[in-house]
Design a binder for this molecule. Structure first.
Ligand code: RP5
Length: 177
């Protein structure tokens, strides 16, 4: 294993306590999409960190971030990028933590380039890819992963699903009015 450099200056912690989820993206231009992942984790009370870690423009820092993530106390990584979106796959190559990939749609190709870059990983290096622009689901999936070993968080996820259920029922009732 390499001796990773200090990558803490790349990220900002959000929420109380040790960040459990690292939300990273290739550029600050991804933030309007990726912020939904952080919002979901905020709603569920999951401390996390956010930052720009570009696979192409700062490759050594990206490798250091991924290879030190587990020992820094992170439990799940969420990585979003657009175009030739190599960040999620490269992080998955240097950590055994689960990596959730978010294809960020750019101006051209409607995000299909981002999607295919992230989803089509070789066997042995998994990335759990959400839909194009699906950062909220990335946050919720990270919370579900953490919920497998955190009954309180699982309870908050159950309550969240109850809200979805009630909302869908209300829509059906509105149709019957
Ligand atoms: C990707 O290039 C980033 O993830 C972003 O989606 C895209 C454009 O980056 P900027 O030119 O806006 O910095 O690596």
């Amino acid at each position: 294993m390499s001796d990773p450099g200090d990558t803490t200056e790349l990220v900002t912690a959000r929420g109380d306590g040790q960040p459990l989820v690292g939300i990273v993206m290739g550029s600050d231009s991804d933030w309007p999409v990726m912020s939904a992942a952080g919002d979901a984790l905020d709603e569920l009370g999951v401390p996390h960190e956010v930052g720009v870690v570009s696979a192409h423009r700062m490759p050594q820092a990206m490798l250091d971030y991924g290879s030190s993530a587990a020992e820094r106390g992170l439990r799940v990584l969420i990585a979003g990028a657009g175009g030739a979106a190599h960040l999620p796959g490269m992080l998955a190559a240097v950590t055994s933590l689960p990596v959730v990939g978010v294809p960020v749609p750019l101006k051209h190709l409607d995000g299909m380039d981002s999607l295919l870059s992230i989803v089509q990983m070789p066997a042995g290096v998994p990335v759990a890819t959400v839909s194009v622009g699906g950062a909220r689901n990335a946050g919720l999936l990270a919370a579900r992963i953490l919920g497998t070993s955190d009954a309180d968080l699982r309870g908050r996820m159950d309550a969240f699903r109850s809200v979805l259920d009630a909302g869908a029922r209300a829509k059906g009732e509105a149709l019957r009015d």
